[in-house]
Design a protein around this ligand. Structure first.
Ligand code: ZN
Length: 329
């Protein structure tokens, strides 16, 4: 198990205290910033209830804790979207509920983790509701989601919510150095944003290199100095998932910068485009692009023409595309 992310200390302390006093809820919703450690916390919570070391739980070293961390504990079920689908389906939830109703192997808790829970489709969410309403004794359900608003309110209202926020850059960098050893983690996080748990799974040099290259492409597209078709083809050929993360981060940075400078306030008064730094996308368009980049990232395993989808997004960044919309709008 990787070292505990220090920015989750408040959440782990609260869970340990609740468990110690017999008040652990039977369902948790971990609302995480992407890559900030939602699944780490879900794993920790499973260890908390399954560790054999009593007051020291979770010790991280007993066989139960190690099996949980290795996804091999018989009393923990992980439910994820099936490989050929972006959704968690009703059959998967029915299997989970059936499993939770059985006696536990170790004579204690049974745990179900759904991640990402915002991938539950409507039927699956309804099926889960039954288990949330009448959970078997000593059951812990953990839902990990970056966009919990996609879940029905009936599901949300039956879970206790834990918020996992992204750590400050320096905190993320220090944790990565402890978890993975020295590297240019600063540049790695600059590429993908404050997502240290994602960075920990990647090669830091690749992150930094692809991040810098992707940023150059996006800046050039926004300045109208590079061809969207050629850029899209190049991205589709190599490191596309990582480049889309960089794209999302690049857009998010622009939204933050606009908010800091009050540019969006000016925009709301004065017209559809930012007044500072030349005409650029307005905040609604930026958020729209973030959503579309996320959709494309989630759909990467679905056969589609990635180059074309990407090219359409790139065209919207380019000054010509922005001017066109200005005329239409
Ligand atoms: Zn343990």
């Amino acid at each position: 198990m990787t070292p505990a992310p220090p920015w989750l200390a408040g959440e782990t302390a609260a869970l340990a205290a609740a468990h110690g006093s017999g008040r652990l809820p039977h369902a948790l919703l971990i609302h995480e910033a992407p890559g900030a450690g939602g699944e780490w916390l879900a794993t920790w919570a499973a260890q908390l209830v399954l560790c054999r070391e009593g007051t020291a739980a979770p010790c991280q070293t007993c066989p139960a804790c190690r099996r949980v961390a290795a996804f091999q504990h018989p009393d923990v079920a992980w439910v994820r979207p099936l490989e050929d689908s972006r959704q968690i389906r009703i059959e998967q939830v029915r299997d989970l509920s059936a499993g939770l109703a059985l006696t536990s192997h170790a004579g204690g808790y049974k745990v179900g983790v759904l991640s990402p829970a915002d991938a539950l489709n409507r039927f699956a969410a309804n099926a889960l509701l039954k288990t949330l309403e009448e959970p078997p004794a000593r059951t812990l359900l953990v839902l990990v989601a970056t966009q919990p608003s996609r879940l029905p309110p009936t599901v949300l209202s039956r879970c206790q919510r834990l918020r996992v926020r992204a750590p400050a850059r320096a905190v993320g960098v220090a944790w990565l150095a402890a978890a993975r050893g020295p590297a240019n983690w600063e540049a790695a996080l600059a590429a993908i944003g404050e997502a240290p748990l994602l960075a920990a799974e990647a090669d830091p040099a690749t992150l930094a290199e692809v991040g810098a290259d992707s940023r150059r492409t996006l800046d050039a597209l926004a300045a109208g100095s590079t061809d969207p078709v050629a850029a899209a083809e190049r991205w589709a050929r190599s490191d596309l998932p990582l480049r889309l993360l960089c794209f999302e981060n690049w857009l998010t940075e622009r939204i933050r910068r606009g908010e800091r400078e009050g540019a969006f306030l000016t925009e709301m008064r004065a017209g559809p485009y930012l007044s500072s730094g030349g005409a650029f996308l307005n905040i609604r368009e930026l958020f729209g692009l973030v959503d579309e980049v996320r959709d494309l990232r989630a759909a990467l395993d679905v056969p589609l023409n990635r180059g074309l989808a990407l090219e359409a997004l790139f065209r919207r960044l380019a000054p010509a595309g922005r001017a066109l919309r200005g005329v239409q709008g």
